[in-house]
Design a protein around this ligand. Structure first.
Ligand code: DSN
Length: 430
C-alpha cells in the first residue's frame, strides 16, 4: 500500500487530483530536510485533532457564551487550550482564537490604537515582522511607524537607539519581537523605554513560544502589556495564533478578536492547540526545546568554522541568520535557497541588516532547527547538514554537487522519519 492510499484513501477515491497533491506534500516533507525556522512537524495527535469534525462547527463567542447552539465540545476544547496556555506561560488572560500570529497582532492594535497612532518597532530587514508596521501591511498603512535597528557592528538590538527613538518619537505602542533575530530580547529594557514614553508594549514571541514555555528564552509575560504568538512554530501545536495580556485588558482583547477582527473561530485548529499545548506540558518538551537551541548552536559553530558570517556572530535560540555577502558575494539568498532545495534542503532566503538587494533576492539565508529536532536530529546529524549546506553554497550551480548532497540528505531523511508509519520508505505515490 502506498503512502497516498494509506493516508488519503477517501480523498483518493473521490478526488485523485487533490489526493495526489496531499500525498505529494506528505512525501515532500518526509523526503526533504526542513530548516525553515518558522516551521515544525506536529504530532499525529495534533494532526488528528485538526482534521476532526470541529472543522464543521461555528462557535462565535467564548466558552460558556456562544452565539450558536451545540458548542458543548467546542467549549471543552477551547477551555482546555486556555487552561494549558495559562500553565505553559503564566499569563493573566489568554485568548486562543486568533487565526494566526498576524491576526493576534491585528487584534491587539485594534484593541489599543486609533488610526494615525504611533508604533515603534524593529525594522523588517533587521529581523522584525511585516505586521510590525511594514508599508505593505495594514499596520504600515494605518499607523505612523518608526523603527529601531540592530547595531551595524554587533548585530544585537541597539537598545540605546531604541531609548532615544522612544523619547523623540513618542510612540503609543512599542513592539518587541522578531522573525529573524537570533539573540535573546531584553524585554525589561524595552518595557522601560515604553514606560518612559508612556506607551504600551506588545511583545510578539511568534518564533519563541515553545522556547519560552520550556524556559529556554526569557519570557515577556508579566513584563509587557501584551504577548502574542503563533502556535505552529517552536510550540508545535498546529497553525494558529494566541494573545496573552494583563487581566485589565481581557475584555478589550476578547472583543477585538471577536467580533472586532474575526468571525467564527477555527475550532479544529483550537482543538489542535489544546492537544499541542498538552504535549508541551510533558517533561519531554523541555528536552526538545533544549535540543532545538543546542542544535542551532552546533549549526552556528560549524558555519563559522567554515568561514560563514552570522548576524550577531551566533545564536541564543532556534535559528541562525547567515550573511552571505562576505563569504559568498556572488551567491544571493534566492540562489542559495533554490540550489539547496534541489539538494533536498528547505530553508528561506532572508534580508540581512544593511541589505541592498530586494527581499525577493536578499543576501542571506535563515536556518532554523525546530523541525529537524522534532525528527530526532542530534549534533552529529546537524553537523552533516551544516556541511551539506556549505558544499551547496560553495557550488550552487554544480549539478554533480547537488546530486551528491541529495544522496546524503536521502540517508538522513530515511534515518529520521517524521511519522511512525513513514519509518520505511514509502511507495511511489506522486
Ligand atoms: N512567515 C513567518 C516566518 O517565517 O517567520 C512569520 O510570519
Amino acid at each position: 500500500m502506498t503512502d497516498a492510499t494509506h493516508r488519503y484513501s477517501t480523498v483518493a477515491a473521490q478526488d485523485p487530483a487533490a489526493a495526489e497533491a496531499l500525498a505529494g506534500e506528505r512525501r515532500r516533507q518526509r523526503e526533504t530536510l526542513t530548516l525553515i525556522a518558522s516551521e515544525n512537524h506536529v504530532s499525529e495527535a495534533v494532526l488528528e485533532a485538526q482534521s476532526s469534525e470541529l472543522a464543521n462547527k461555528y462557535a462565535e463567542g467564548y466558552p460558556g457564551e456562544r452565539y450558536y447552539a451545540g458548542c458543548k465540545h467546542a467549549d471543552t476544547l477551547e477551555q482546555l487550550a486556555i487552561d494549558r496556555a495559562h500553565e505553559l506561560w503564566g499569563a493573566d488572560h489568554v485568548n486562543v482564537q486568533p487565526h494566526s500570529g498576524t491576526q493576534a497582532n491585528q487584534a491587539v492594535y485594534l484593541a489599543t490604537l486609533e488610526p494615525g497612532d504611533q508604533i515603534l518597532s524593529l525594522e523588517l530587514s533587521h529581523g522584525g515582522h511585516l505586521s510590525h508596521g511594514h508599508p505593505a501591511n495594514f499596520t504600515g498603512q494605518r499607523y505612523e511607524v518608526e523603527h529601531y535597528h540592530v547595531d551595524a557592528e554587533t548585530g544585537y538590538i541597539d537598545y540605546d537607539e531604541l531609548d532615544k527613538k522612544a523619547a523623540r518619537f513618542d510612540p503609543d505602542m512599542v513592539v518587541s519581537g522578531s522573525s529573524a533575530y537570533p539573540r535573546y530580547i531584553d524585554y525589561e529594557r524595552i518595557q522601560a523605554a515604553a514606560d518612559a514614553a508612556d506607551a504600551l508594549h506588545l511583545a510578539d514571541v511568534a518564533h519563541t513560544t515553545g522556547l519560552i514555555a520550556a524556559g529556554e528564552h526569557p519570557s515577556p509575560v508579566g513584563v509587557a502589556d501584551f504577548v502574542t504568538g503563533s502556535t505552529q512554530k517552536t510550540i508545535r501545536a498546529g497553525r494558529g495564533g494566541i494573545i496573552m495580556s494583563r487581566e485589565k485588558w481581557a475584555d478589550e482583547i476578547d472583543t477585538a478578536v471577536f467580533p472586532g477582527a474575526q468571525g467564527g473561530p477555527l475550532m479544529h485548529n483550537i482543538a489542535g492547540k489544546a492537544v499541542g499545548f498538552g504535549e508541551a506540558l510533558e517533561p519531554a518538551f523541555e528536552e526538545y526545546a533544549a535540543n532545538v537551541v543546542r542544535n542551532a548552536e552546533v549549526l552556528a559553530d560549524r558555519f563559522q568554522g567554515h568561514g560563514l558570517s552570522l548576524v550577531s556572530g551566533g545564536t541564543d535560540k532556534h535559528l541562525v541568520l547567515v550573511d552571505l555577502r562576505e563569504s559568498h558575494p556572488d551567491v544571493t539568498g534566492a540562489e542559495a535557497q533554490d540550489a539547496l532545495e534541489q539538494a533536498g534542503i528547505i530553508l528561506n532566503k532572508n534580508t540581512v541588516p544593511g541589505e541592498t538587494r530586494s527581499p525577493f533576492v536578499a543576501s542571506g539565508i535563515r536556518v532554523g532547527t525546530p523541525a529537524l529536532t522534532t525528527r530526532g536530529f542530534g549534533p552529529e546529524a546537524i553537523e552533516t547538514v551544516a556541511d551539506a549546506i556549505i558544499r551547496v553554497l560553495d557550488s550552487p550551480g554544480e549539478e554533480a554537487t547537488l546530486e551528491a548532497v541529495f544522496e546524503e540528505v536521502r540517508i538522513l531523511y530515511d534515518q529520521f522519519p517524521i511519522y511512525e508509519d513513514q519509518a520505511h520508505p514509502v511507495g511511489d505515490d506522486d
